[in-house]
Design a protein around this ligand. Structure first.
Ligand code: F6P
Length: 536
């Protein structure tokens, strides 16, 4: 990444204010936003001006972004450390042409599996297939990471469209998770979906075995009441799940990009295949936009460039995702995996060390809740935290529109407050209006100053429909891809999760007391000793 020009521009920014940019340009809001379909992404409340944007866009050309993007969509093996294509976009390529990997068109298999998912989910919803005790009342999805976060996020997001059986998600190996979930369910009327790309993940396999034992003990029939979602179809068979209940996908779908295919099965069961199709079509529409729009009008590209400006150029270490949409309560967690597992790297594609910071820490909570928790630090803390707001114009509760107006007003108020701030003079005036004078006025006023000039972006959409959700998820996927290309990293592997997994395996017998902790560091040995002492 050639950041020299940008660093010079960043130095200029020290004298500039976002409000000042608006004063100099009456059309700034229009000029510094991108739209596609009904979505509008406004990045005008940042210090990006025409010079900065030009310099950022030049990075795209220098990194051959267009070629890299086309290579991804065409099935080239851009995940070089694993020798894999990256084709989650094929899962939503409903109207597209063939997509080839190793000379073979993958679309017939993708569409065939999608059709099998549709039939299966409609049969579950309609009662054509059922459990030992009757129609399925509940579905438990067992998976973790990408086999959990996407469907959990989408199930919450699409609650107004949920007319199928109740859905539950179990991910944590902590027995509390599965115990608390199963306790309330009927083992004869519960469908269990085991979702694991590899079908080896220890948490998922442990939970799956516990669920099977629970079902057997409670009179259920695992032969009829288990389904699997995996790339390792041989392993699902060994586990005992009949072939017709197994939904496979290829290794070119990364876990954190997998909600569009079989991993989305629980969502399809919840909302029906038509709503799920609309979700896919939203993703497909964003793909078409990403492939066709010029960089300056390209929403994923501009979202990425603003991200690069804040993280790599200005050095802001974290990024808050703040949906003003309660049903997007799990979106920040979903984005954490999407962004941090993809771009949390320190080695470039060619093995050299990165010379700029990699992806930021991503975190957040829905508004307005966050306002009453951590916004204090965002407004008055010593670190600048770029905020990514998102909000729908309408909710799904026609009888509660006054709630939604308040929600929208709060979202807009926060980005305005971050930009505008409150000067010491304004704070003094407030204190004077309250009757304070002298030292006390001065002291109190200082606590009421907001530095302002804090950047934020806003993504606004008409309503959180399945189509819009698809657009938003694909938007962020492509944003992560663009940022990865500009950093020169492979966004599609996740070697950083391996070491912990290996050590957990070696610690298993030590924690069980079967092996000693010799060779472990003093801290680990002492913690093991504590655990053994306190075990009943
Ligand atoms: O530990 C990381 C990870 O490999 C993620 O990338 C993945 O989404 C998750 O574990 C679950 O993996 P699987 O679907 O193979 O069980």
């Amino acid at each position: 990444m050639k950041l020299e020009t940008l660093s010079a521009l960043a130095a200029d920014r020290e004298e500039q204010s976002i409000l000042g940019l608006f004063q100099n340009d009456a059309n700034r809001a229009q000029g510094f936003s991108a739209s596609t379909g009904d979505l509008l992404f406004d990045y005008s409340k940042t210090l990006v001006d025409a010079n900065v944007r030009d310099a950022l866009i030049a990075l795209c050309d220098a990194a051959a972004l267009a070629e890299r993007r086309d290579a991804m969509f065409s099935g080239a093996k851009i995940n070089v450390t694993e020798g894999r294509a990256v084709l989650h976009t094929a899962l939503r390529n409903l109207d597209g042409g063939p997509v080839e990997v190793d000379g073979l068109d993958v679309m017939p298999d993708v569409l065939d599996t999608l059709q099998r998912m549709r039939v299966f989910s409609e049969e579950v919803r309609g009662g054509a297939i059922s459990g030992a005790g009757g129609n399925f009342t509940d579905v438990v999805n067992i998976g973790i990471g990408g086999s959990d976060l996407g469907p959990v996020m989408a199930t919450h997001a699409l609650a107004p469209y949920h007319d199928g059986p109740n859905l539950h998600y179990v991910s944590n190996v902590d027995g509390a998770h599965i115990a608390d979930t199963l306790r309330l369910l009927d083992p004869t009327r519960t469908l269990v979906i085991v979702a694991s790309k590899t079908f080896t993940t220890i948490e998922t396999m442990t939970n799956a075995r516990t669920a099977r034992a629970w079902m057997l003990e409670g009179g259920g029939d695992p032969g009829k009441q288990f389904a699997a979602v995996s790339s390792a179809v041989d392993k699902t068979e060994t586990f005992g799940i009949p072939k017709e209940r197994v939904f496979g996908f290829a290794d070119w779908v990364g876990g954190r990009y997998s909600v569009w295919g079989p991993v989305g099965l629980p969502v399809m069961i919840a909302v029906g295949s038509n709503a799920f199709d609309a979700f896919l079509r939203g993703g497909q529409a964003m793909d078409a936009h990403f492939r066709a729009a010029d960089w300056a009008e390209n929403m994923p590209v501009m979202l990425a460039l603003v991200g690069v400006w804040h993280r790599q150029v200005l050095g802001y270490a974290s990024r808050a995702v703040l949906p003003y949409e309660q049903r997007l309560v799990r979106l920040p967690a979903y984005f954490q995996q999407l962004e941090m597992e993809s771009n949390g790297k320190s080695v470039a594609m060619d093995g050299s060390s990165l010379t700029v910071p990699a992806g930021p820490v991503v975190w957040g909570e829905p508004g307005t809740n966050g306002q009453h928790a951590f916004y204090q630090l965002i407004h008055q803390g010593t670190d600048v935290i770029p905020c990514e707001f998102m909000v729908g114009v309408e909710g799904h509760e026609p009888e509660l529109t006054h709630h939604h107006r308040l929600l929208l007003a709060n979202c807009l108020a926060q980005s305005e407050a971050l930009m505008r701030g409150r000067s010491l003079d304004e704070a003094r005036q407030r204190m004077a209006d309250q009757g304070l004078v002298g030292d006390e006025l001065e002291r109190q006023a200082r606590h009421r100053v907001f530095p302002g000039n804090r950047p934020s972006t806003t993504l606004i959409y008409p309503q959180l429909t399945p189509f819009v959700l698809g657009q938003i998820i694909a938007l962020y996927e492509h944003r992560v891809f663009v940022e990865g290309v500009l950093l020169g990293i492979n966004s599609f592997d996740q070697w950083g999760v391996e070491l912990g997994k290996e050590l957990a395996t070696s610690l298993g017998p030590i924690v069980d007391g079967e092996e000693g902790a010799d060779g472990k560091d003093g801290s680990t040995a002492s913690l093991v000793a504590y655990a053994l002492r306190h075990r009943e």
